[in-house]
Write a protein that binds this ligand. Sequence first.
Ligand code: SAH
Ligand code: TMP
Ligand code: ZN
Length: 407
Amino acid sequence: MTTTTCRVCDGKVQEFADLGEQPTANGFLLPHEAENEFFFRLAVGACELCGMVQLLEEVPQDLRYHAGYRYHASGSASHRAHFEGNARRFLATELTGTDPFIVEIGCNDGVMLSTVADAGVRHLGVEPSSNVAAVAAAKGVRVLSEFFDEDTAAAIRAEHGPADVVFGANTICHIAHIGSVLRGIDALLTPAGVFVFEEPYLGTIIEGLAFDQIYDEHVFYFSVESVSAMAAQFGFELVDAEHVPLHGGEIRYTIARQGARTPAPAVAALLDGERARGLSRPETFQRFGRTVERVREDLVALLHKIRAEGKTVVGYGAPGKSSTVTNYCGITTDLVPFVCDSTPGKQGHLVPGSHLPVRPPEAFSDPYPDYALLFAWNHAEEIMAKEQGFREAGGQWIRYVPEVRVG
Ligand code: SAH
Ligand code: TMP
Ligand code: ZN
């Protein structure tokens, strides 16, 4: 167990879970690239002062985000619908003044901003991964292919003027230089503007045992309590918080300048709930660490039993999460020969670290395996509806969040 310095407040971060040596979770490899893979120790801890849960060690950002970034946000129908809804909500609420302006940090392939662009509203996506930025640009989205920080923010403000909304989804928790981001937002926002971000929720991960959400890209694991403290430290105030049903359970935080808006009752209600449940108590974190070890034992035991019975198992979905769970559990091709995934850029590649080959979804039914290990468990409904034939053929799904179950 080691400690590190909190990236938000300089307090001491106490480790509570160690998921071992791990590669970068979206670093899908071509077979010949498997030799010189980058590994780091994936461990999480909580700050004794501000409560922020964060990685102990981090991977440099240019190893994570580059021209070969594989995550395309528009890959799932439910994500497309969700982000279109987000855009429509901004257009109807925050972006109604004269010539409003919205900036998105981490716009990826334009899943949210394309709706804003179609509405003819001024916008700018900041997206360092140039391959996905190009996809956004092809949809008519205006993109700056850089890492967002206080310098980028100042440059945007100088060129475009202040922003009514700064938005980020599944991106803000990725940025280790969070202080620079918040100073940048301070420089960029209008006096009445809002910074809205939706990110994996610490409660989902700790209480829902979604341990596979822990990987190199997720530097921070936000709670209402820690975001509230972080906002206050940078002159802001948390004025709204609501649950979002993405990635197994997230929270959308709305931050405004201190005193600019009346906080919605949901903020105090969610804070009270977290405190009553003891979400950020050291005992809660220690228990999480122990339970995750038990899930690993159960999953590995199940896969060995399936193999001993001469039955087959295939992985379904190769999200970044599949890297955490396969590397943590030591799942290699002798237990799971391959994984199916609908993302063309992942097919023909290997899951980082564990090196499970990724094949197109058609390989799933050719022939159906006896079991399917559902790595993309947050898309269970969509996938099971699409793959009804698997169960009809007698197949069974294996899930491991919050515990190992078959059915
Ligand atoms: N918003 C999308 C994409 C999330 S993936 C969604 O919710 O699905 C995270 C994205 O953040 C990646 O496209 C990555 O390139 C981008 N990113 C990482 N660090 C960033 C930074 N400092 N500034 C802006 N974008 C960043
Ligand atoms: P995500 O959990 O980060 O959204 O990633 C989900 C992964 O699962 C992504 O690589 C695409 C894949 N996937 C499929 O293969 N089939 C599907 O039907 C869905 C919804 C996702
Ligand atoms: Zn701290």
